[in-house]
Write a protein that binds this ligand. Structure first.
Ligand SMILES: *[C@@H]1O[C@H](CO)[C@@H](O)[C@H](O)[C@H]1NC(C)=O
Ligand SMILES: *[C@@H]1O[C@H](CO)[C@@H](O)[C@H](O)[C@H]1NC(C)=O
Ligand SMILES: *[C@@H]1O[C@H](CO)[C@@H](O)[C@H](O)[C@H]1NC(C)=O
Ligand SMILES: *[C@@H]1O[C@H](CO)[C@@H](O)[C@H](O)[C@H]1NC(C)=O
Ligand SMILES: *[C@@H]1O[C@H](CO)[C@@H](O)[C@H](O)[C@H]1NC(C)=O
Ligand SMILES: *[C@@H]1O[C@H](CO)[C@@H](O)[C@H](O)[C@H]1NC(C)=O
Ligand SMILES: *[C@@H]1O[C@H](CO)[C@@H](O)[C@H](O)[C@H]1NC(C)=O
Length: 807
């Protein structure tokens, strides 16, 4: 081997250099501090594993662009399994990987900038770096024998046998990633520039329908030496060549699929032995907006008839219509549009409306009349399913799809253009230039299409009613549902956690307290609330959870227990205790005297003359904002309410707001940063943020949206969802937002404020409320946080300075 000496350009350390030189003839698998390799010497490896399977060093990734990587020595292609600097390759001259004297492994670019480091500096103590037979690059403290850093903790797109995949790790390829979701399920997400969408396991089946579970919160997945990839959510993937002695890897790829490969040691080639998606078009985002993914038998994208490719080089940019869709500026829209059928094709998500039994004609008319509708999907299974689409993403064509998409096109469209592209689509050719997304051969998808593959859609509201993700709840459910008695040690554990904060009641006690559930206070999605009086004379609200021994009820019970148990804020309803006996699951809350906000705000018709005064309204708004801000920002766990509406704002005798019903809340660890990922639909129509319909990771901004609606309702004194034009048509959200903008610009807030107040209101506060409400309805990244809102509202809480405004 030539140039051995250059391994240790450590001129200042001749001794180390000498040592390295002498042992370098047999490839190094361990190095001490002071070792380095420059990119010019990339012909040599920095380290080689003892059995020679893996090596690490510089790999060329582009014109004069290099990365520091670990690779399979025997593989002819796709050999790289880990990369230190995937997103910032270094220059081909002067760059260097060094195991510095302070014990840090660092990669420096030409100009000396450190582009990547192991952050083990300061360790000193004669650390060593080695490459193990597993492919794990480790920095070891020889005094303890422990790894202080290992590449296995920082996977890029590949998982190797024995490498643990956990809640902190992600495999990423382009816009696609594999990760453990908040509900403990291993998922794949497309997170592109325009949309993000979960596509594996198949989103239209529930967790259990995909043979997974959300009850195990250990969030560990591991590929073993025999070719079995197991995850704590019960996923079990077997390599088709199962058995030991084969080199394997599990890689997420640019087409959004996750595949297991086996290395053919004699040829250096790879064979796919398992893949997560059985059909390539199941990955979302492949063909961009309006694009259609086809597989015949290799994968390609095409544009629907009448649409053309946006950027001939990049399917990610999708297709654009050659005509104007949904021009709302004129009535009688149905006379200006027709529908155009594209058979066996559908687009996933972005449904405007959904109806399980509708005739084709009504479905068609609904779309043509709705200016937001760009197409509708109609399926003959069942009584005729109708889905109107607001946008077209995740399009695919499949012979198994039991329906068609009908594009909305203007009557005066150039028919020849439509016919030409329609023919090419029918003939299986893409319109416009065919630029395959990737060259994934048919063999990769060698498995036969599953006939049972169902694209059963759920309109977001009907959506997957999911499973809460607490080990706590989960374990609790297991024991409850399996009708086993809780093992005494475990039960004691729960008791300890729960009764340290609440009292545990017997069913008998609560039955007596409520006089056999006589006086109903209210009903909600999760159960009925009764008034009760405890032995000491304390008045309480007892919520009896819906009795169907559905998982739902149990989950809600445990969820509420856990969430409420940790929460204490004056604007949030306190929980005093609970009862769990067989099928009986009840919660005991503090009793809040003056009913829920909706009764005071909307029920004026039923003979009640008193209207909430402006100052009370402002107090309620402020209290609600503070309660939500506490939930979002100050709790131990980050809590999203998910069902904010006037029904869930209770009022005390003094009209202080108390937020109720955390049964729908989800907990998520605060460290999530950018994306707390909730995948299950919750909430109430009229208050639900638009992103619920999009199958994207949900964050606290859904509450901000709902709060904005409630805020507006408090100002105007009626339901936002009931707002109508003079002609009696329901106002859509964009129209409402426009009206609010108009009010803000013109300063004419008077026209908006509840007329029942007869002008007794504070215009500055009203303007601020309208401003905040509008901001809350914005696209979610532009919405303020509840903290911002609480601060802004507090700044205007100057009632005492303006007693003249008091009603
Ligand atoms: C070093 O080069 C990189 C690009 O190669 C550049 O981004 C960085 O700013 C440079 N740093 C310094 C200190 O010049
Ligand atoms: C959770 O998953 C881990 C890893 O697969 C397993 O060891 C453990 O037994 C599971 N726990 C339960 C309660 O099923
Ligand atoms: C490796 O490839 C060769 C040539 O294609 C083939 O004959 C052999 O069966 C393969 N070995 C394995 C283990 O797949
Ligand atoms: C919508 O229709 C009106 C009236 O026909 C026309 O003036 C306007 O330009 C159209 N807008 C678009 C975007 O096509
Ligand atoms: C579906 O549409 C039919 C009319 O075609 C209507 O009677 C029915 O109530 C609708 N169902 C839902 C759930 O909206
Ligand atoms: C319609 O489209 C065809 C082919 O795309 C083109 O040749 C023709 O000029 C178009 N006609 C009109 C009226 O735009
Ligand atoms: C509830 O509100 C009404 C006004 O709507 C008020 O008169 C009453 O005192 C409040 N308290 C109770 C316990 O009803």
């Amino acid at each position: 081997m030539a140039g051995l000496g250059t391994l240790c350009l450590a001129v200042q350390l001749p001794l180390v250099c000498l040592l390295l030189r002498s042992s370098a003839s047999t490839a190094q698998h361990t190095l001490g501090t002071g070792s380095s390799l420059s990119v010019e010497d990339r012909a040599r490896a920095f380290l080689v594993s003892p059995d020679g399977t893996f090596a690490c060093g510089f790999v060329q990734v582009g014109d004069n662009a290099f990365s520091f990587s670990v690779w399979f020595t025997a593989a002819k292609s796709s050999a790289v399994v880990w990369t230190a600097n995937r997103d910032s390759p270094v220059n081909g001259r002067g760059s260097r990987i060094s195991f510095r004297h302070d014990g840090e492994l660092a990669l420096a670019d030409t100009n000396g900038t450190t582009v990547w480091a192991s952050r083990t500096g300061g360790g000193g103590r004669g650390l060593t770096v080695s490459l193990r037979d597993t492919g794990n690059l480790v920095v070891v403290d020889p005094s303890t024998g422990r790894a202080v850093w290992q590449s296995f903790d920082w996977p890029t797109d590949t998982l190797l046998p024995s490498q643990r995949f956990n809640k902190q790790t992600k495999l990423v390829a382009g816009y696609y990633s594999l990760y453990f979701d908040n509900d403990n399920v291993l998922r794949m997400l497309y997170d592109g520039p325009e949309i993000s969408s979960i596509y594996w396991p198949l989103p239209d089946l529930r967790v259990f329908g995909n043979d997974r579970t959300s009850y195990n919160s250990s969030r560990i997945a591991i590929l073993d030496d025999a070719g079995v990839f197991r995850s704590s959510d019960r996923l079990q993937a077997l390599a088709s060549d199962m058995g030991v002695g084969v080199r394997r890897r599990l890689t997420i790829e640019q087409d959004g699929n996750l595949r297991m490969y086996s290395l053919n040691a004699s040829t250096g080639g790879w064979t796919v032995t398992w893949s997560a998606l059985k059909q390539p078009c199941q990955a979302h985002g492949l063909c961009g907006k309006n694009g259609i993914c086809e597989y015949l038998p290799s994968q390609r994208c095409s544009c629907p008839p009448g649409y053309v490719m946006n950027d001939a080089q990049d399917w990610g940019k999708g297709c654009n219509p050659t005509f104007a869709v949904g021009n709302c500026s004129q009535g009688a829209a149905s006379e200006k549009f027709m529908s155009f059928k594209v058979a066996q094709t559908d687009f996933y998500g972005y449904d405007l409306k959904f109806n399980m039994s509708m005739t084709f004609e009504i479905c068609r008319e609904q779309c043509l009349l709705d200016c937001q509708c760009v197409a509708f999907s109609y399926r003959l299974d069942g009584a005729g399913r109708c889905y109107t689409k607001g946008m077209l993403f995740n399009g695919y064509t499949s012979a198994n799809f039991p329906g068609s998409i009908y594009l909305k096109v203007p009557l005066d469209i150039n028919a020849s253009a439509l016919r030409v592209s329609a023919q090419s689509a029918a003939a299986g050719l893409a319109c416009s230039p065919v630029v395959p997304v990737l060259t994934v051969s048919a063999a990769v998808y060698g498995m036969p299409a599953r006939n049972s593959w169902k694209w059963t859609y759920f309109f977001a509201f009907a959506g997957v009613l999911g499973v809460l993700d607490l080990l706590f709840i989960a374990t609790g459910w297991w024991f409850l549902s399996s009708k086993q008695s809780i093992p005494s040690s475990l039960e004691a554990g729960y008791r300890m956690v729960l009764t340290s904060q609440f009292r545990r009641f017997t069913y008998r006690e609560l039955k007596d307290a409520t006089s056999n559930f006589k006086e109903e206070l209210g009903r909600g999605g999760s159960g009925v609330v009764y008034r009760g009086v405890l032995d000491g004379g304390k008045v309480v609200a007892v919520k009896k959870l819906a009795v169907e021994v559905s998982m739902q009820g149990d989950e809600e019970f445990w969820a509420e227990m856990t969430v409420l148990g940790r929460i204490n804020h004056m604007n949030l309803v306190r929980i005093w205790g609970f009862c769990s006996e067989h099928k009986h699951k009840l919660l005991v809350y503090e009793y809040v005297e003056n009913q829920s906000l909706d009764r005071h705000l909307f029920d004026a018709a039923d003979g009640k003359q008193t209207t909430l005064s402006w100052s009370d309204r402002y107090k309620i708004v402020l209290g609600t904002a503070r309660g939500l801000a506490y939930l979002h920002h100050e709790c131990l766990e980050w809590v999203i309410h998910c069902d904010m509406k006037p029904e869930n704002i209770l009022l005390t005798r003094e009209f202080d707001a108390k937020i109720a019903d955390f049964g729908l809340a989800k907990l998520s660890k605060r460290d999530g940063g950018a994306g707390v990922e909730l995948t299950h639909m919750r909430g109430t129509s009229g208050y639900i943020a638009p992103e619920w319909a999009l199958n994207v990771p949900i964050n606290a901004k859904v509450d901000v949206y709902s709060f904005g609606i409630v805020l507006l309702e408090i100002v105007v004194g009626s339901r936002v969802a009931d707002q109508r034009t003079a002609a009696g048509e329901r106002l859509q959200m964009p129209q409402i937002a426009q009206a609010l903008r108009h009010v803000l610009d013109g300063g004419d807030v008077m026209s908006l404020v509840d007329a029942r107040l007869q002008g007794q209101f504070n215009p500055r506060q009203a303007m601020e409320m309208v401003r905040i409400s509008l901001a809350c309805m914005d696209e979610r990244n532009s919405r303020p946080t509840m903290d911002d809102i609480a601060k802004a509202l507090t700044a205007f809480d100057d009632e005492d300075e303006h007693p003249a405004y008091r009603s």
